[in-house]
Design a protein around this ligand. Structure first.
Ligand code: XMP
Ligand code: MG
Length: 185
């Protein structure tokens, strides 16, 4: 539906669904259903993580609550600077809660490491990360994550929540973008 904007399908809808189930099992194992800290709190990072977050939540076998945060990192649209601004903060206090950050993609890791510092200063009982995608070759800082869906090549990807200039989020798969879209050949 986007013509030839998508150069290739990197991860299919079926592959994503399978991986989400695996990650849900991993998450459910880590958190007891009747934790004294109360229900697990998923913190989704808008907007990219919404598809992953809702699909994951539906597969989890422990009670969860959901909160969202929006952050924006200064810099060009396709690379991160590590200077992060909160566009929408959490509505609730997370002190004493088991918090699981749900991310779409770890690229340089700078956004996430900032977010981890920010949220840990709010004194959650625990703080972990699950990310659907990670680009190992782009990492510029070490970040510990509990779960990773797919390690992918250092290419710009879209779909399943991920956008280029707000487009392509609605694709059910993860694809690479034809360079002509962002001004390449
Ligand atoms: P860093 O570099 O801080 O970046 O780990 C994380 C954020 O940058 C965005 N990002 C992407 N978005 N396709 C996208 O649609 C990509 O290939 C991509 N790489 C990074 C994303 O918002 C992520 O949370
Ligand atoms: Mg984005």
């Amino acid at each position: 539906m986007y013509g030839d904007d998508i150069a290739s399908v990197l991860i299919s809808e079926e592959q994503i669904a399978e991986k989400v189930e695996e990650l849900a099992e991993l998450v459910a194992k880590r958190y007891p259903a009747d934790a004294p800290e109360g229900d697990l709190l998923l913190v989704g990072v808008l907007k990219g993580a919404i598809f992953f977050m809702t699909d994951l939540a539906k597969k989890l076998t422990v009670p969860t609550q959901m909160e969202f945060m929006a952050v924006s990192s200064y810099g060009s649209s396709t690379s991160s600077s590590g200077v992060v601004r909160i566009m929408k903060d959490l509505d609730k206090d997370i002190a004493g809660r088991n918090v699981l950050i749900v991310e779409d993609i770890i690229d340089s890791g700078l956004t996430l490491s900032w977010l981890l510092r920010n949220l840990s200063s709010r004194n959650p009982a625990s703080l972990e990360v699950v990310t659907l995608l990670r680009k190992p070759d782009a990492l510029r800082t070490q970040v510990d994550v509990m779960g990773v869906g797919f390690d992918i090549p250092n290419e710009f990807v879209v779909g399943y929540g991920l956008d280029y200039d707000e487009r392509y989020r609605d694709l059910p798969y993860i694809g690479t973008l034809n360079p002509k879209v962002y001004g390449g050949k």
